[in-house]
Design a binder for this molecule. Structure first.
Ligand SMILES: O=P(O)(O)O[C@@H]1C[C@H](O)[C@@H](CO)O1
Length: 233
């Protein structure tokens, strides 16, 4: 996608071995859903234990501002309602069970850790916690769709992440999800605002340094045995 570097980087971040996707595959690019999520299974086979997923999203929650970072506490998988789930097809027993639980999709300890690190870095003012809703894209949402999604309990809307989360949880990876609110979803017929990809990219650039700091500080605190250090309890 324009604005995604499309690179796979291996290295250490604050002393921790990491593999980093600079960009991802999206359903709207025409990939089958299993291909969109294929990297997650590769990472599992490489020995990855924890996945930090980031995305750009439109803010549905009226209290959200452009530039807020939403820690994802749960999701709405709208394509999944229509049977478009990355686990459809014969179950790969090597990776996980046929019917994986999703009520614990977003790791509570990691979420708390992100809040603590965010507060330490002085980011609390722009850090939120909420529900991310995935749609297929690539068209942005209509006003009626935004209103509906908000009433259904979504705080932010985007076109990615949830499929990767499902595959990650299926194979037992721990997940933290972060949405950068790059634009406000248009909810009002009087509004002159129009969702556009350039605004998404620009907001991403503006918060990039702080997001890098948040993620790298967090990574430094995640122990390889999946415990966390330095959070006081
Ligand atoms: O890969 P993400 O979900 O961060 O990208 C979002 C959704 C679309 O690809 C694009 C819309 O501007 O940003």
């Amino acid at each position: 996608v324009h604005g995604h570097a499309g690179r796979l980087i291996f290295g250490t971040l604050n002393g921790k071995p990491c593999v980093c996707m600079q960009g991802r595959f999206h359903l709207y690019e025409g990939y089958p859903i299993w291909k969109v999520t294929f990297p997650i299974r590769i990472f599992k086979l490489l020995g990855v234990q924890t996945v930090i997923l980031t995305n750009a999203a439109g803010g549905l929650n009226q209290d959200y501002k452009v530039g807020d970072v939403m820690l994802i506490k749960d999701h709405l998988n709208l394509p999944g309602f229509a049977g478009n789930n990355p686990l459809v097809g014969p179950n790969e027993e090597r990776f996980g069970v046929r019917f994986p639980c999703m009520s614990d999709a977003y790791d509570r300890d990691l979420l708390k850790a992100a809040q603590v690190v965010g507060a330490e870095l002085g980011y609390s003012d722009f850090m939120k916690e909420g529900v991310y809703c995935v749609l297929g894209g690539p068209s942005f949402e209509t006003i009626a769709e935004c209103r509906m999604l908000n009433r259904l309990g979504a705080d932010a809307v985007g076109m990615s992440t949830v499929h990767e989360v499902i595959v990650a949880r299926h194979c037992g990876l721990r997940v933290l999800g972060l949405s950068l609110i790059t634009n406000k979803a248009v909810m009002d017929y009087e509004s002159e605002e129009r969702a556009n990809h350039e605004e998404v990219l620009q907001t991403g650039k503006q918060r990039a340094e702080q997001l890098e700091k948040l993620v790298s500080t967090l990574v430094a605190r995640v122990e390889l045995n999946n415990n966390y250090c330095g959070f006081g309890d």
